[in-house]
Each structure stands twice: as structure tokens, then as C-alpha cells.
Design a protein around this ligand. Sequence first.
Ligand code: C2O
Ligand code: CU
Ligand code: CU
Length: 442
Amino acid sequence: MARTALVGAGAPATDVWAYNATVPGPSIRLRQGERLRVQAVNRLAENTTVHWHGIRLPNSMDGVPDLTQRPIIPGGSFLYEFDAPDAGTFWYHPHSRSYEQVDRGLAGALIVEEHDPPDVDRDLVWVLDDWRLAADASITSDFANAMDMSHAGRLGNTVTINGQVQEELAVRAGERLRLRLLNVANARIFGLAFSGHAPQIIAIDGQPTEPHAPENGRIVLGPGMRIDIILDLALEPGSRVAVTDDFYRNRSYKLVDLVYRPERALRSRSSAEVRLPPNPLARPDLEQAERHAIEFGGGMMDPKMRRRMMSPEGMTPEAREMMARSMMERMRAGHIWTINGKAAEGHLHEPDLLLRHGKSYVLDMLNDTAWHHTMHLHGMTFQVVSRNGRTLTRPVWQDTVLMDPGERVAIAFAADNPGDWMFHCHVLEHQASGMMSVVRVS
Ligand code: C2O
Ligand code: CU
Ligand code: CU
């Protein structure tokens, strides 16, 4: 437990749960291929674990309570030890009651550096978080309520960069930044615009991508996602421009101002394009891949239910009444979201998908709900190969993929890491109310 000035000087400090008493937790940096050893000691009053989001590690180090390890009890500890095969931007967080533990501040960046990092003036991390604070700046304790669980998740009212509401970031004209954006919020989706600038996306979820400008000039990060950009500060000394987040319609706000110092430009023209070296990922064999259909369902304004009600035969009042009743029951039981018709409880399950080690798979996913979801797979990195039936010309490696309401997304991967792996929505309230399953590779 710790206290920190989230909202800034002048406002009261906030009680948080913290790794090493800081929010976010310490940024862990290591070189690609190096071994990370972390002794996790639990000083919370409840069980916890540490999960290393996006790292392809042995199953026993994945930090999923009951499924891959015994939970770390209060006063207990666990030694995490694994190699980091991929360079990139990753993160760590608990996987026990994460909708509360992560929300209260338990999250940190895990940076794996390239052997030969690109030439930039500064390599910065922005851990983006969203807090629901009361007037006295305390975190409201209405966790996992039915309203948040059945809608968009726990959206807050205060957005922080690296654990603080930031007014400005001082920059110098001509400077080149590598900015690692990391969304650790329970539910908020960010859509960042750097007005007056032309950021280039160079990595998604830690994995290098063909450098490209963000679609519609907006960098979109669902919960759990990371995006690395190159930001050339090409404006005049003394300039001031806002970075805004306008993901939710009519809810746009200023995240921070980029404030150029008066000094003359560091250099006149910006240097060459930055292209990161690829990581040693096994490419899925799309021809030989076995396909599985995965459907997400449930939540408020369930499209399936609507379709039934709008069907030509319509519905008798009794049937309608029954449907409403079963919906209420599911809500009360916390079974709000489903994967292929099933709402999961807890982390330990019989696997929903049995995959053969070494084989390739395509998951044809359909978001048959009225809400966004960010689907995350542990242990393996997948390629997003198509969206709404359109094959992507440039398949993207990701571990967490944002799906719009009604959207179809196909992902492909080589099942090259044996074990029982979680596959769940990273909107943590959705995960807690059914949107979770287990994939076994053996
Ligand atoms: Cu970032 Cu299953 O987690
Ligand atoms: Cu993960
Ligand atoms: Cu979800």
C-alpha cells in the first residue's frame, strides 16, 4: 500500500496498491535474450500473482492463479524467472481479481531492448491509466458492479501518464522521440492524436511492424495494448500543441501539451525511417492451419436477443418475460459474457480448445455483442490476418486485439508453446464476468 499524488499537487493524495511503492510499478528493462528474475513478495491482504503480458515464456512462469501456479498468499512469495525472447514493450500486472488489483495501481512496464536499438534522442514510456476517483481523490470502491460488467467496463474520470495527471511534456525542436504507449486501464480505449505532428507506428504489442502513419491520424489502444511510435518534433521552438484523446464521441479531452523549449532546433531535417529488426516468431502456416470459429456473446443490448425479438414471428409476451428473467439471473450470477456460448468462472478450466504442439491455427472470431472487446492470448503471439473478411495486406503481430461491436477478426498462430494458456477479454470487468477461456497446447 502506498500514497501518491495522482491528480497532482494541490489535490489530496490517493491510496493505491503498488509494486515497490510506486505507481506505475518500476519500469523493468533488460536486453533481448537476457533472463529476468523477479522475487514477488505479497504484502497485500489477499492472494495475488504476477503475469508478464506479451512475453512468450514457459507456462509455469505465466502467473495465472490456479492454472499455472498456486496463488501467492498474503506474506508469501514466488520467484519468477524466464528469458525474454522478443525485444519490445511489454508489461506486468496481477492476474488475481485483476479488475481491482490492476485498477488500484498494480501495473508496470517491462521493456526488452533490441541488441542494437534505433537511434533516437529519447526513449520514453507512457503508461496510460484511467482512474475513477471521488471528490477527495480516493479510488471509488464500486468494483465489478453489474453496470460496469455488462457495459463498457469500469471507465474512470481521471487519466494519468506514468501515474500522474500531466499538464505538459517539455520537448526540443528537431528532437526525435521513441514513445512507448501502454494502456493499463481496466476498460478505457485511447485514441490519441498528436496535432501538427506525423507520428510513425513502428511496433504494436511490442512486435515490430512496417513503419506507418496511424489510420485517420489516431493511435488507438485498447486495454492491454502497446504501440511504439517515432515522434519527430518538427514544429518551431516555442510551439505548444495538445495531444488529445477523442476515442469516445463527444468525450474528447486534452491528455497533455507538448511544449517546445525556446532553444533553436537540435537538427534541421529529421533522420531516416526507423525500422525495428524482427523478433524470432514462428510464422503460422496458413495453408495447413486448422480453423476454429469463436463467437463472443452477451452483455447489455445483446444483438442475438434483439434478433430473436425482431424475428418475423416475433415473441410472445411470455417468451419475452422468460428471456428477461434468464438475463437477470445470468447477471446476478456474474455470467454476463460468453465465448462460444459459455460464461467462465475463475481461472481453472477444462480447456475449450485443444491444440497440437507445432501445428498452425486460425481463429475466426466474431464479436456478436454491442460492445468493444480486446481479446488477449497468453503464451503465443498471433497474426491478425483479416478484419471483416478483408485480408490484411500487412498482417500484424499482436497479443491483444481490439474488436469493434459486430466485427469479425481472424487471427493465426503457430501453437509452439506448450501449456494451458488464458484467452480472455482485457476489459477486466468483462473477464471477471465470463469472457475468458483456456487454450491447451500439448
Ligand atoms: Cu494482461 Cu491475462 O493478461
Ligand atoms: Cu497476458
Ligand atoms: Cu470485453
